[in-house]
Design a protein around this ligand. Structure first.
Ligand code: FDA
Length: 302
């Protein structure tokens, strides 16, 4: 089921079909704050009120024209300005294929740096999301290049990839802030662990390397066992709870998000918004096939 949903997440034909139906748009609202920046800012405010930070993500990936890549770049810059004006506790997450990575690495770097420099001027931070393994090396290359110019940029490491331990060690040499996640894409066995227990074991191993590094990183998961393992490790190593943060996705395990924040942990919520929600929505369904039943029930109810 997971593989099938991830396969569908890349099918243009199905995307065009799904986008025509309001019912799917309404269902996507479980994971997406809305279609406009105003919707997103309202969700950030709500989060901040509950003692949690946020990272805003303008949905979109695999941009096919320079015009679209530059429009997305401009919208992220507008988002950064709005965050500054509203004085909300929030940074931004971007995907390099949205900024034109498929159109050329140098071209994409130009757009990324417009965002990173703008964020730097505002005292804000840019997280470069990690996409599927065809983009891993290019993403790491561009982030390391960006770090030589500005220190307010970081990226993501996926525990399911065999290469991740080496990538973590390389990024730490550059002082890079890392968000550790399990990984959300359909990957072949030649590059990624297939069994949950192997991914989880690698996650714990990488989490320890990150916490030991003294750099401020993010532990991104809704898996309670991994959250507990992280808190336990931090306690044993006397790492204060403000030296790292937990990150979770908008709409997933709100109970755990609130419990951790109430318990004094730093929590940041990843809040996506915009009209290009289809692939993001499909990845969320794939993570938990029970979500498909939830969506179908709502469709037949409504
Ligand atoms: P796991 O999938 O084992 O889930 C643990 C528990 O969480 C489940 O039992 C369920 O209760 C709940 N849960 C998880 N997903 C759910 C869902 N969709 N619906 C309902 N409940 C769910 N990936 C990537 O490849 N590149 C990236 O840049 C990022 N960025 C990112 C940012 C942040 C802040 C988070 C939290 C995650 C990502 N991810 C990501 C996604 C990540 O790789 C992974 O797919 C999801 O976090 C799901 O894995 P868990 O660690 O939550 O564990």
């Amino acid at each position: 089921m997971r593989a099938f949903l991830l396969f569908l997440s890349r099918r243009e034909g199905l995307k065009n079909f799904v986008l025509r139906f309001g019912i799917f748009r309404r269902a996507s609202r479980r994971f997406v704050a809305g279609e406009t920046l105003d919707d997103a800012v309202a969700a950030v405010r709500d989060c901040n009120r509950q003692g949690m930070r946020a990272s805003l993500d303008l949905l979109g990936e695999n941009t096919r024209s320079q015009e679209d890549a530059e429009r997305a770049t401009g919208e992220v810059i507008t988002m950064l300005d709005r965050i500054g004006q509203e004085k909300i506790d929030c940074n931004v997450s971007v995907k390099l294929t949205q900024l034109g990575l498929d159109l050329g690495k140098d071209y994409c770097y130009g757009n990324l740096m417009r965002i990173v420099r703008h964020a730097h001027g505002l005292g804000n931070f840019v997280r470069v999301d990690m996409e599927d393994s065809r983009y891993t090396q290019a993403t790491l290359d561009l982030v390391v290049q960006a770090l030589k110019e500005c220190d307010n940029v970081g990226t993501v490491i996926q525990a399911y990839l065999y290469r991740s331990e080496n990538d973590v060690r390389m990024l730490l040499e550059h002082g890079c802030r890392i968000r550790l996640c399990k990984g959300a894409y359909l990957e072949p066995e030649s590059v990624a662990f297939k069994r949950k227990r192997d991914t989880d074991a690698n996650y714990v191993k990488l989490m320890k390397i990150l916490l030991d590094s003294g750099i401020y990183h993010a532990i991104a998961t809704h898996d309670e066992a991994l959250v507990s393992a992280t808190r336990e490790y931090a306690r044993t190593k006397k790492i204060a709870h403000d030296r790292f943060e937990f990150q979770m996705l908008y709409g997933i395990r709100r109970d755990l998000q609130q419990r951790l924040a109430a318990d004094g942990a730093r929590v940041r919520i990843y809040i996506p918004y915009g009209t290009h929600w289809y692939p993001y929505f499909m990845r969320r369904l794939a993570e938990r096939p029970a979500n498909v039943l939830f969506i179908l029930r709502n469709i037949f109810k409504g």
